[in-house]
Design a binder for this molecule. Structure first.
Ligand code: ADP
Ligand code: MG
Length: 160
């Protein structure tokens, strides 16, 4: 299983998708989010956080900080790279400790990682289809994420 497409029709459905997916995560998993401003990246992260037992009111869009850390069943490392000019800024905060640690890393604007983009991660591209509709394209980079999508497609009612 390499790519799965899912349409959500409300922010609540996007949160639900995040909750469902995070049940399949293992320590050290990495998720890269791609999509325009307002596509729903932060909304999706709220779903991941809820699924990890993190109070979603403690989650805000880290627009002025590169990284927020939340403690839950697994720790969530939430990066927002919208404002970085250069991948070097990420190198300076010691990103490896998070990406290759025991929590879950989720990265908004993962394309800004440039050469620091991990070899293996779950790539999620979000497209705005209509005011309340978003198309999620989940694609596996690396065999671990092929397995994750396989498991998701077997168990999820969202995948037909
Ligand atoms: P990003 O982090 O990609 O800039 P946000 O999650 O902050 O985006 O904002 C997404 C906006 O789109 C919110 O105002 C949300 O209410 C709205 N929205 C409408 N429909 C959806 C949907 N299906 N999924 C996610 N967000 C949606
Ligand atoms: Mg955001």
């Amino acid at each position: 299983m390499n790519t799965i497409k899912i349409l959500t029709k409300s922010p609540q459905e996007t949160i639900g998708l995040g909750k469902e997916l995070c049940m399949l995560f293992r320590p050290g998993d990495i998720v890269g989010l791609y999509g325009d401003l307002g596509s729903g990246k932060t909304t999706f992260v709220k779903g991941l956080a809820a699924g990890l037992g993190i109070d979603k009111n403690s989650l805000h869009s880290p627009t002025f900080v590169l990284l927020n850390i939340y403690e839950g069943r697994l720790n969530l490392y939430h990066f927002d790279l919208y404002r970085i000019d250069n991948a070097k800024e990420i190198a300076l905060i010691g990103y490896e400790e998070f990406f290759y640690g025991q929590g879950i890393s989720v990265i908004e604007w993962a394309g800004n990682l440039g050469p620091l983009l991990p070899k293996a991660f779950l790539k999620i591209q979000i497209s705005i289809i209509a005011e309340d509709k978003r198309l999620f394209s989940l694609s596996a980079k690396g065999s671990r994420y092929n397995e994750l999508l396989e498991e998701f497609s077997t168990h999820s009612k969202r995948v037909k």
